[in-house]
Design a protein around this ligand. Sequence first.
Ligand SMILES: [Zn+2]
Length: 444
Amino acid sequence: MLETVAHQRLANGWDDSLAAGMSESERLLYRSNLLGADKRITNYGGGNTSAKVIETDPLTGQPVEVLWVKGSGGDIGSMKRDGFATLYMDRLRALKGVYRGPEHEDEMVGYLPHCTFNLNPRAASIDTPLHAYVPKRHVDHVHPDAIIAIAASAQSRALTAEIFGGDIGWLESHGLFTWADDAKACYELTLATIQRATDWLAARTADVPAFGGPRHQSLAPDDRRAVAARLMPVLRGLVSGSRHKVGHFDDSDAVLEFVNAEGMEALAAQGTSCPDHFLRTKIRPLVLPFDPARGNLDEVLAGLPDRVAAYRADYAAYYDRCRRPDSPAMRDPNAVVYLVPGVGMITFAADKATARVSAEFYLNAINVMRGAAAVSCLRRRRWRAASRWSPAGRAASARPSPRATWPRAPAWCWPTSTRPPHERPRLRWPPATAPMRSAAVAST
Ligand SMILES: [Zn+2]
């Protein structure tokens, strides 16, 4: 299973004959869609891409340098050209003149609309300055599972140096930043960097059974579906409450490897490694005590009401423990992810697309756990720290106050919006020096 799940190579989808006929902004969209199509490269909605392009100014008719950067919202895998914000580079550079210091960083995001090129209504995201100030024409920022596995490990800084030597820097943030002066070179550098981390992790795990090795055998595909088909209507009734839910079932190899593993219950109980993941999946899944060898489905079904109620009570207690005066109201306390040994993973959400995306996020979490557990113990302190923020999650209606709820009090440089602090790039405003040669990996 390791060979098929952990060692798959990233495919280079770049087609020169297609790209040759594109404008620079079209090539940026092409690159973005290619990167976002592989969820190992970035999770749904995660990451952003940019290009600095010479455009014609609509007022003067003169050539002008414009930053095309993925705007707020959306997903780089499915975005269209209207998903990019466009901003005058000279105005972005001029922002350095109004910058009043780290204690006033919040106000800087308010200046971004003043930099808009061509009346583009797409709002610029908080990552825009980072893309603007990297002195290369193309920048990718993605959240690759292999990189997050390294970033989530206790020795992420040392591991980054070991894996990449001096080719890559380390930022106190998260994910991967890569840059180049050419769109294809940037894409290929992103792939190569992730592949290097993936290969390094694969070499480390070659003789180590994933998640402690198998404990259960998978049922045959038809039997898996039959079990899921009996579980899902009952689960849906139990978790729908005042709002209807739709379920999604996933029995892919990577999911089965995890749900069948000896270490699955312990890892699942620890919670996911990254706020990006748990905002979609809740911090823990609900593991159903199905034993594929015994086929105890009736017993599992009979115990479901109590198990679901216990999960809700745990979640409510967790929320009460972590709540702050400014925390939003508690979210739906039901589990999103249900793991069934021998069968697969079931997710529930308000609609099919959200249920599928939640499953994709938990698969990201599985991939991170596979890699991180292999290299070192995960950063438990940070998990706990991150979990304090969770009940006030991004999906909640009110704005959480990351400064108030994030215990590390970091000096991130772009503290605005509802974005959790782990997502705030910590290149200083303005960057004191030119960034590293080609790329930066960053810790969660
Ligand atoms: Zn990010």
